[in-house]
Structure formats: structure tokens, C-alpha cells
Design a protein around this ligand. Structure first.
Ligand code: AR6
Ligand code: MG
Length: 309
């Protein structure tokens, strides 16, 4: 794929993530809902205000751009700076505790292990992995390495790190598939399954395949999850994308319809869908309502320059 074809896909990924987050935030922690009801809710909203998901994507992107690659200390400081300027974005309980540890002298690479038992497996590092999938889309072992390291700042449990790797990898796969070409869902899943190193995620990729034609959303929630934990939300987001790969809008509405951690699941599904279909596939009326849209596009464009130079 040539450079010009990739640009709308980079922008679609980050804008797609932020819109999924902003719309999903309207129903965070609630039960299942009808897609039509969520669509009319979107119509009534004046602004799509994003939450910690997008705020942390911004931090990852800012740091990768400023450092022209990964620098753990720099990225940790970018998270802290952004959190301190807007702490009301709806952060999970863990990251602010990590930020305090780092501020009081704990190194960025060891603070994460001091939280919970064996580190966090929340979805907080997968939800911010999009810029890593974008920057390293041509070097998948590097993608794995950086997704692990950047996850470890706040989420050092194997399941947390692996969730970030799979979300970044799904984005790289979507980016590498031409938007006018048909996506082969089974080979997409097989590649994810082979890339995963953890048996729980491997098993979940198999479940996604079996659920592709499932009409009963409740069954999807039971078998894949809709929670705040990475293994109960990253596979769900991948499923939401693969269930209707030709429509950004349907992927996001479906993700929110499942209830639970709707902002994060819709954001991750929206990021993958946007990376596949590109910015033109995102409803203009949603894009127009997104808070800080121009800045998010500018970050995506800088990542595109960096990744394709
Ligand atoms: N053992 C038990 N529970 C755990 C463990 C563990 N090792 N790790 C995580 N949890 P956290 P996040 C549970 O605090 O991932 C925002 O709303 C525990 O209940 O690291 O950044 C975003 O939009 C813990 O509080 O935060 C996302 O939806 C929870 O998982 C979400 O929060 C979350 O882990 C991201 O949260
Ligand atoms: Mg959130």
C-alpha cells in the first residue's frame, strides 16, 4: 500500500477510537441496549466528550511523536502531565496510583508491578494501544516489544500486556488490509491467534470465530465478556469489528449495545474499524461533534509521517 492510501486509515483509527469512546461513555456501566436507541442518543448529543481512553491515546501518541519512538520515562511523564491537567476524564483506579508512585521516585518500569497481585490486567493499556499499532504496523516484533513495554508502565500483569499487544496487532492487520478489499475474517482471527502468546487469548480468538454468525448478544456477552478486564474486553472489541467489518457505525453501535465497559470496548472496536475503512467511513455528523477533533487528526497525521518516512 502506498503512503497516500495509508493517511486516511491512520486518521480513521484515532478519530474512530475517540468517537467510540465519547459515544460509549454515555452508557458506561449500563446494561444492554438497542442499537437504534444509541443512534438516536448520538443524534441528540451536542458534543462527543472523550474520556481517559482517548486522553491516554493522546499521551501515547504525543510521546511517540516527540521521541520519534518509545521512551518509557517520557511516556510515563506524558501520562502524568495529561492526568494532572484533566484528572476528571474518568480514569480507572490503578493509573493515578501508579502516577503517584512514579512522582515519588519509583522508576517507570517497576511501579506497575506494585499494583494489585502481579500487576493490573485492566483494559487500560489495551485501550491506549492504537498509536503503537499505527507506528509499528510494518515491524510486528517491534510492535509486540513496544506494546509490552508501554503497557507495563501501568499494566504489568501478563494478561494486561497481552491485551495491549493484541489490540495493537489488530490495528496493524486492519491497516495492512486495503479498505476497498474484502477482509478475510478467518485468516484475520488466525493471525491474531498465532500472534497471541497467552492461552486464554488464543482460546478467545477461537470463540470469536464460532460466534461470528451469532444473533443473541447475551450469549456474546457471556462468552466474550463486556468488563473492565483486558481478557473480557479486548476479544469483544475485535469481535465487534469482525461482526460487521464494512461499517464503522455498525461496529461501534453494536459494541455499545452490549453494555458494560461500553466506552472502552467501542473505542477499541472503533480504532480497528477506522484503521481498516479510513476516516471517510466515519459518519460526518459524529466526527463534527467530537471534542478536540482537529488535534486528534493532527496527531494521527504526525504518526503517519513518522511511520511511513
Ligand atoms: N487482580 C484483581 N483485579 C484486577 C487486577 C488484578 N491483578 N488487575 C486489574 N483488576 P485498573 P484501568 C481489576 O485499576 O485498567 C476507565 O473507566 C480491578 O478491579 O488498572 O486503567 C476506562 O475507560 C481494577 O480496578 O484501571 C476503562 O474502562 C480494574 O480491573 C477502565 O477504567 C481496572 O484496572 C480502565 O481501567
Ligand atoms: Mg473511559
Amino acid at each position: 500500500m502506498h503512503k497516500g492510501e495509508l493517511k486516511p486509515k491512520f486518521i480513521g483509527c484515532l478519530v474512530g477510537a475517540a468517537i467510540g469512546d465519547g459515544l460509549g461513555a454515555q452508557r458506561e456501566g449500563r446494561g444492554m441496549a438497542k442499537e437504534e436507541a444509541i443512534d438516536s442518543l448520538a443524534e441528540k448529543l451536542v458534543e462527543l466528550t472523550y474520556t481517559d481512553d482517548t486522553h491516554m491515546i493522546i499521551g501515547v501518541a504525543e510521546s511517540l511523536i516527540e521521541c520519534k519512538g518509545f521512551d518509557g520515562e517520557h511516556m510515563a511523564q506524558a501520562f502524568i502531565r495529561n492526568y494532572e491537567s484533566e484528572p476528571w476524564r474518568g480514569y480507572g483506579p490503578g493509573p493515578p496510583m501508579i502516577f503517584r508512585m512514579i512522582k515519588s521516585g519509583e522508576p517507570w518500569y517497576s511501579a506497575g508491578a506494585k499494583l494489585y497481585k502481579g500487576g493490573s490486567f485492566g483494559n487500560g493499556s489495551a485501550m491506549r494501544a492504537a498509536p503503537i499499532g499505527l507506528l509499528y504496523f510494518r515491524d510486528l516484533e517491534k510492535l509486540r516489544e513496544i506494546a509490552y513495554k508501554s503497557s507495563a508502565i501501568t499494566h504489568s500483569h501478563e494478561l494486561g500486556k497481552e491485551g495491549a499487544v493484541l489490540q495493537a496487532y489488530a490495528i496493524a492487520l486492519a491497516l495492512n488490509t486495503p479498505s476497498n478489499g474484502e477482509i478475510n475474517r478467518e485468516s484475520f482471527l488466525l493471525r491474531l491467534q498465532n500472534f497471541a502468546q497467552n492461552h486464554l487469548y488464543k482460546e478467545k480468538m477461537g470463540r470469536i470465530k464460532r460466534l461470528l454468525g451469532e444473533q443473541d448478544s447475551a450469549k456474546v456477552v457471556i462468552l466474550l465478556g463486556n468488563g473492565i478486564e483486558a481478557p473480557r474486553s479486548v476479544p469483544t472489541a475485535i469481535y465487534c469489528f469482525l461482526k460487521q467489518p464494512r461499517s464503522y457505525k455498525d461496529s461501534v453501535l453494536y459494541a455499545i449495545s452490549l453494555g458494560g465497559d461500553t466506552d472502552t470496548i467501542a473505542s477499541m472496536a472503533g480504532a480497528i474499524s477506522g484503521a481498516y475503512l479510513g476516516i471517510e467511513a466515519i459518519p460526518q455528523e459524529w466526527k463534527a461533534k467530537l471534542e478536540n477533533e482537529a488535534y486528534i487528526e493532527a496527531l494521527a497525521e504526525e504518526l503517519w509521517q513518522l511511520a511511513t518516512d
